[in-house]
Design a protein around this ligand. Structure first.
Ligand code: ARG
Ligand code: ZN
Length: 891
């Protein structure tokens, strides 16, 4: 009998949680690996949970062929069980039992990349969230934790390496050219952390000494030919281990820790116990194939997965509504890890700015659309659709607010209590909040609303200064827009970090009335808990300039009517580097909005000198870190500008932003050239923060310089492309060349460079992804061009990285072309979603979200977007993943 996915998608509600009817203590599995038909034998010891209202054994299964079902060695009678809608239900089971299940699965046919699948002839698994049920029938829910022993058998030539979680306890040969390996994981774990890997792989390995003196074996497994690209992942792993010991007192609990890279993977990476499986994108690096951004990405993802070993694996989630319990916390930890590794104050701020940019650009937009959901959702149709920026990035902001409210040591105490209470358990977001509250003695009841209410709060600030009494008042009021299913919101508990600058740009020492401020404090955290509150500072000799929401102390939109002079003052002087950058962004955004309106009204475009001069002095300020200067000079993206409008006109925004870029180039040409020359990094490539920062500023300067059609700067980019010693410089030059709009002669040179790049790197899949990505986001690329590129022999939709490199980059990162007036972008989008739906529902559903915000566009575009959405919704055999997304978009 073959079971299928449920036919009518059901909404699952958090309030419906019931504890499992049976616990599983041990799981023994045997795999006979074969791409066509893998035989899986599972034996579990189970015992009734007297506290549950569920009396049956409830097992989930998908795309499985059931061969055997035995209780205590006896086949279960047909009349005692049923299989319906992916659920195997056994009635009248004894209180304690051994359950044997044999299933047959087809890994080679599994294009969903969830469950057991084949990639380049090797076997891999991905079980989070509900992939284990595609391997065997199981109570596949995170609150069922068991100890696993896994026996892998397979052809020795084809699959010389056999890996699973935990420790290798036996291996040997079998008749018929086969062999086996037996693995035992000493820790109880939920099924989503199960993993196996089998195939032709090689590893870089090292014995590493923990702080306690215990030695552990670290391995990074890759396909043959990639051992020259594993050093950075290994270094990142060692840094992660050390950081978790030092910052949180958490030690690696296994004797062996493995990372495996796979080129077909739905997401970034997966924290399976002791056997992390990674997208190659987050493992493989050397100077000739990886950019500085790639190096940083690897470091943070290796950290992220490693940190999950405590926040996720040792303490896991009771149910999937609690996903942010592990993801928000682990993102916070990986962000802190990356910041600590850079070490400098500016380095920390730069990391913070990058993280906030992502949050604002993607999460704020999610929060304002049809898929908006709380950090702890109340319902879902398909859990895979809820691995979102809200769960991850906003979840991390929520954790960061505890850190801001409780302080460094207070937060650590809370973490210690959390582990003390919950090690080995599957718990809820509320348990984390309780640990933070109980360890600090603080009342965090209202803080719960950060978990239950969706939407981005807005904090409006008004100031007044009274000269006679030397008092300065800030009045804060908060509101939060309605989101699907939540029309009214209650006030949040918002930490707002504030400083006051005097006319010399120096921080004032703050006296906040009614609150004991630490002596000499120049930043205080105002706790906004009501709809409206006034805070009064005393002893303020002159009217100051407020620096509000320092370091972005809460995930909110701050509204304060700054004058341009005040923003210029903050940009020049704020001791808080985040707000210093923010001031520059506000200056730019104000102008971008105005320019866009001018474009729409057919008015002449102009850029004022105040702004140009403010950027010039930042660019030329050598006391500032190059990475910080780069961020200040980076204009808000078109997507960010779009958020400022009720009705979005992508072409007008593009034109306005391009105008700003080319005017800046025209006026800052000499300064940009100097920045270019001062930040060359000759010699051997190193991905360290200092050299990466230099390359970043240099390449930003280059991209500006080519905004102004001039043969000399074109030649500069061409030379950089030809002579580049690393991928960062090569790709930056190629991008600038491709987007250059000059003579036909230059266009030809650019086209040749693009072809050369392909030839030089055709064996490096990750570089070819960049090649497609560059074209997907190129200014001249329209839907027709994307369709043409899709016919390229190197293109395929079956590999998620490749699909993302072209399709996603065009639909999500090339707005003025994607939203072409003729609807060609939307037609392409619909074709892609329908094609991907058949192959890989998870990836399809991600792409489906590109039209989430269709209601924000002019009527003429809305009509076409709605038609495209409808076309997808009407497709037969739509996965519940895609169905949920398009149904919510159309609702
Ligand atoms: N837990 C993994 C991580 O954050 C991601 C798993 C994503 N799973 C999914 N079904 N989308 O590292
Ligand atoms: Zn994670």
């Amino acid at each position: 009998m073959r079971t299928d996915t449920p036919s009518t998608p059901l909404t699952i509600y958090r309030k419906d949680y019931i504890a499992p009817g049976f616990w599983v203590d041990t799981v023994e599995m045997g795999f006979d690996l074969d791409p066509i038909a893998t035989h899986v034998a599972t034996r579990m010891t189970m015992r009734r949970n007297p506290e549950s209202s569920e009396k049956d054994i409830v097992l989930f299964g998908e795309s499985l062929k059931l061969l055997q079902l035995r209780i205590n060695g006896v086949s279960v009678k047909k009349s005692s069980y049923s299989i319906e809608n992916g659920i195997l239900r056994i009635r009248n089971a004894p209180d304690e039992l051994t359950l044997d299940i044999e299933t047959l699965i087809q890994p080679a046919k599994n294009t969903s990349l969830s469950g057991l699948y084949v990639s380049n002839n090797n076997f891999f698994t991905q079980c989070e969230a509900e992939g284990f049920r595609k391997i065997t029938f199981f109570p596949d829910r995170p609150d069922v934790m068991a100890k696993y022993t896994v026996m892998l058998r397979g052809d020795k030539k084809k699959y010389p390496v056999l890996l699973s979680n935990g420790n290798l306890i036996a291996e040997g040969d079998l008749p018929g050219g086969r062999h086996f390996a037996k693995w035992e994981d000493p820790f109880k774990k939920p099924s989503y952390l199960f993993a196996l890997v089998a195939g032709k792989l090689v590893c870089q390995q090292e014995k590493y000494k923990l702080k306690s003196g215990r030695k552990v074996l670290l391995q990074v497994w890759v396909e043959d030919g990639n051992l020259d690209k594993t050093q950075h992942a290994m270094d990142s792993l060692k840094n992660s281990i050390r950081w978790d010991e030092e910052r949180f007192g958490l030690e690696l609990d296994l004797d062996r820790f493995m990372i495996v890279a796979v080129s077909d993977f739905n997401m970034g990476a997966m924290e399976n116990k002791g056997l992390n499986i990674f997208n190659t994108k987050y493992v493989l690096a050397n100077p000739s194939i990886a950019t500085d951004v790639d190096y940083a990405g690897i470091e943070s993802v290796v950290g992220h997965e490693y940190f999950h070993n405590w926040t996720g694996n040792r303490v896991t989630c009771r149910d999937w509504f609690q996903l942010s319990l592990k993801e928000g916390l682990t993102v916070f930890r990986d962000q802190e890890f990356s910041a600590d590794l850079v070490g400098t104050a500016t380095g920390r701020a730069v990391k913070r700015i990058e993280d906030v940019r992502l949050l604002r650009q993607v999460q704020f937009s999610e929060d304002a659309g049809p898929m908006a959901h709380p950090v702890r959702p109340d319902s879902f149709v398909e859990i895979n659709n809820f691995y979102t920026v809200t769960i991850y990035e906003k979840g991390s902001e929520v954790v960061r607010m505890y850190y801001t409210l409780l302080g460094h040591d207070g937060f650590r105490k809370g973490m210690d209590l959390y582990f003390q209470r919950h090690d080995g358990q599957a718990v809820e977001c509320d348990d984390f909040r309780a640990a933070m509250a109980d360890s600090s003695g603080r009342n965090l009841k209202q803080f719960e609303r950060w978990y239950s209410q969706a939407g981005t709060p807005r904090v409006k600030v008004e100031s007044s200064y009274d000269k006679a009494s030397k008092t300065y008042e800030l009045t804060l009021s908060q509101s939060c827009p309605a989101t699907p299913g939540q029309s009214k919101k209650l006030p949040f508990h918002i930490p707002v970090a504030v400083g006051l600058l005097n006319s010399n740009g120096k921080d004032l020492v703050l006296n906040l009335e009614g609150q004991a401020t630490p002596s000499k404090a120049t930043t205080v955290v105002l706790e906004l808990t009501s709809a409206k509150q006034t805070f009064r500072f005393t002893g303020v000799a002159k009217k100051p300039v407020p620096s509000i929401l320092r370091n972005f102390s809460a995930p909110v939109v701050l509204e304060y009517e700054y004058t341009d002079e005040e923003l210029g003052h903050l940009l020049a002087h704020d001791s808080d580097a985040f707000n210093r950058w923010e001031a520059g962004q506000r200056l730019a955004m104000r102008r971008l909005v105005k320019l866009t309106k001018s474009v729409l009204q057919g008015e002449a475009l102009e850029l004022d000198s105040m702004f140009v001069e403010a950027l010039r002095s930042t660019l030329n300020d050598r006391t500032l870190d190059p990475s910080f200067r780069e961020l200040v000079l980076t204009l808000p993206s078109e997507a960010m500008v779009a958020e400022e409008f009720k009705e979005v006109n992508p072409q007008a925004i593009h034109q306005a932003r391009q105008f700003m870029r080319s005017s800046l180039t025209q006026q800052l040409r000499a300064d940009l050239l100097t920045a270019y020359e001062e930040n060359l990094t000759p010699g051997k490539y190193s991905p360290d923060a200092v050299s990466a920062a230099k390359r970043g500023l240099k390449n930003l300067a280059l991209s500006y310089l080519l905004e102004w059609p001039e043969d000399a700067t074109f030649a500069l980019a061409k030379t950089q492309f030809d002579e580049a010693q690393n991928m960062t410089d090569r790709l930056a030059a190629l991008t600038a060349l491709t987007n250059f709009s000059g003579s036909a002669k230059n266009a030809k040179v650019s086209a040749q460079a693009l072809q050369k790049f392909f030839r030089d790197f055709k064996k490096e899949a990750l570089v070819i992804d960049k090649w497609f990505m560059l074209q997907g986001t190129a200014r001249t690329t329209d839907a027709a061009k994307v369709r043409e590129l899709m016919k390229h022999p190197a293109f395929t939709l079956s590999n998620p990285n490749r699909a993302r490199s072209l399709a996603f980059s065009f639909c999500n990162a090339n707005p003025s072309r994607f939203h072409a007036a003729d609807g060609s972008g939307y037609a392409l989008w619909a074709d892609l979603v329908v094609a991907l739906n058949k192959l890989n529902p998870q990836v399809a559903a991600r792409l489906a979200r590109s039209l989430d915000r269709w209601r924000k566009y002019p009527k003429a575009l809305q009509v076409q977007m709605k038609a495209a959405l409808q076309r997808v919704a009407d497709t037969s055999k739509l996965s519940k993943d895609v169905l949920e997304v398009v149904t919510k978009a159309l609702a």
